[in-house]
Design a protein around this ligand. Structure first.
Ligand code: URA
Length: 289
């Protein structure tokens, strides 16, 4: 196992991503199996109770009772405000762009994403991958960025990690497209499936923010570290953040491992299942669930 698995958790290297598309046998390969383990429900309930009893405020990111956490700051959020060698946009232009994106309706938003050249990721993409699913979903899942298959097909999570994600969703009674919207922190594939850089996440953040505004989910699930950092606006270690309830602009956020990490570290699938059960508890406890 890698010394610091969390730092690399989300990406499938190209070689691994070259798994054939689902054609019968693929979905049943052991690495994609998501048998629902017999989990200690008490532990999940304990996590939930602990999250609910935490004082609001705290570090400013954990879920506040009044759901009104202040806008958070992060490398990504900060760098969105600075002149960027990557985007060539100065602070005013970045702010102007973000304000413009914040007004777009779905069709214009997706068209804007398809035209976007705000960072270097546009240079090698086959196509941008805006997002997919139910635009009025209560559940919104956020991944890191498209991989090889997503880049070709234009839809998030359609590769091997996506098939595991579908199995994970199924284990808590959810289905892609049905009360679930899936997006990524960056909309264009990073070359060689590298982790997107902070400036790239920052350049794409207005799109993710607008998607969240339009969907208005009841719960956000961050899949892996880059997604969690984009949503929470600070450094995140998944191992430390699991089982806690955070907020992104008033919307509860649950953090879990990225499916690609789970493909490489199947011993952590049980933890991810706990996280999904925790998310489901949070959803059920949500006032207007
Ligand atoms: N990994 C992600 O984070 N997103 C995708 O869409 C595919 C793989």
């Amino acid at each position: 196992m890698e010394p610091n698995a969390e730092a690399h958790e989300a990406r499938i290297p190209d070689a691994e991503a070259a798994v054939p598309m689902a054609s019968g046998g693929v979905a049943s390969t052991p690495e994609l199996q998501w048998s629902t383990p017999t989990q200690p429900v008490e532990r999940i309930e304990r996590l939930h109770a602990a999250a609910q009893s935490r004082p609001s405020g705290g570090d400013g990111r954990q879920f506040a009772a009044d759901h009104r956490s202040a806008p958070v700051k992060s490398a990504a959020h900060d760098s969105a405000q600075r002149p960027s060698a990557r985007t060539g946009l100065d602070q005013d232009a970045s702010g102007e762009r973000a304000r413009r994106i914040a007004t777009l309706a779905w069709d214009d938003l997706e068209a804007d994403i398809r035209e976007c050249r705000a960072c270097v990721l546009c240079e090698r993409r086959s196509q941008p991958v805006p997002g997919v699913g139910d635009r009025r979903a209560r559940w919104m899942l956020v991944g890191e960025g498209p991989g090889a298959e997503e880049d070709l097909r234009g839809e998030p999570f359609v590769g091997q990690a996506g098939r595991l994600l579908d199995n994970m969703l199924g284990s808590i009674g959810l289905k892609r497209g049905d009360d679930v919207y899936i997006a990524n922190a960056v909309k264009c594939r990073p070359p060689h499936n590298r982790t997107p850089e902070a400036g790239e996440v920052a350049a794409c953040l207005p799109y993710l923010e607008r998607q969240i505004d339009l969907v208005q989910p009841r719960l956000l699930v961050a899949l892996g570290r880059p997604a969690a950092q984009a949503l929470l606006g600070s450094e995140v270690r998944i191992g430390a953040a699991r089982g806690k309830l955070f907020a992104h602009r008033g919307i509860p956020v649950v953090v879990t491992y990225h499916p690609a990490y789970l493909l490489r570290n199947p011993q952590d699938k049980g933890k991810a299942w706990e996280d999904l059960c925790f998310a489901r508890h949070c959803m059920q406890a949500s006032p207007s669930a």
